[in-house]
Design a protein around this ligand. Sequence first.
Ligand SMILES: NC(=O)C1=CN([C@@H]2O[C@H](COP(=O)(O)OP(=O)(O)OC[C@H]3O[C@@H](n4cnc5c(N)ncnc54)[C@H](O)[C@@H]3O)[C@@H](O)[C@H]2O)C=CC1
Ligand SMILES: O=C(O)C1=N[C@H](C(=O)O)C[C@H](O)C1
Length: 234
Amino acid sequence: MKIALSGYGKMGKTIEKIALGRGHEIVLKISENIEEYNLSEAEIVIDFSIPTVALKNITTCFQNKLPVVSGTTGWLKDYEKAVQVCNEENSGFIYASNFSIGVNLFFELNEKLAKMMDGFKDYSVEIEEIHHTQKLDAPSGTAISLAQQIINNSSKDGWELDKAKENEIPIYAKRIENVPGTHRVSYNSEVDSIEIKHTAHSREGFALGAVIAAEWLFNKKGVYTMKDVLSGLS
Ligand SMILES: NC(=O)C1=CN([C@@H]2O[C@H](COP(=O)(O)OP(=O)(O)OC[C@H]3O[C@@H](n4cnc5c(N)ncnc54)[C@H](O)[C@@H]3O)[C@@H](O)[C@H]2O)C=CC1
Ligand SMILES: O=C(O)C1=N[C@H](C(=O)O)C[C@H](O)C1
């Protein structure tokens, strides 16, 4: 595939390495205003940029008939707008808060555990995420996805950073030098705790998942998720 990278920072560079290793070509690296770039050589776009430009970059790609895999977090209030433009332009789109295969397995575990724990009122649930100090958004997109899964499978009706109300899930965001991404969901009672945790050891898992998603999306139209991608792999 001829790939354009929207965002050439820590993730863009890791994706470049993985994509080249899988026989793809990087034809464009977008680091500033997308309108300044010629997109015509690209066949697909992988977007790991910044929250304030993600929607513009993604929709500009759709308008140029390019499918997009996006992992940028912190812009999700505009997700439905991106979906609408994708459908209007008959393009292809996959967004995931986390492309790592391990985290997507962790998501399945989280959903199952939330269903199991729902009846046990002695336990309170909380989420902790730890990332490197350059991260722009808090809580992480992955932590929000984990919270949303718990909300969908329990009587919880929201989440809050740090101070949650009675029926909400507290998310604690910590920033520590060089941590690629750690997520923990814990259920605590007076007598014990049950925890599930995912620890990324590097950015390679996120990058590999994004390239696999791009390979899967290539030549498809429509809006998909990592569940669609992974159901084709297992
Ligand atoms: N979904 C997933 O699996 C993962 C998502 N992420 C997310 O990906 C995003 C990028 O993460 P990193 O690479 O660590 O950040 P980074 O800060 O290293 O890279 C972002 C890059 O975007 C560039 N940029 C600035 N304006 C731009 C524009 N107008 N168009 C295109 N690029 C522009 C910056 O120059 C920078 O190089 C973040 O939102 C992060 O949360 C990160 C890892 C995994
Ligand atoms: O910014 C990061 O680095 C990461 N961001 C994603 C998120 O916000 O969940 C995914 C991963 O944890 C790394």
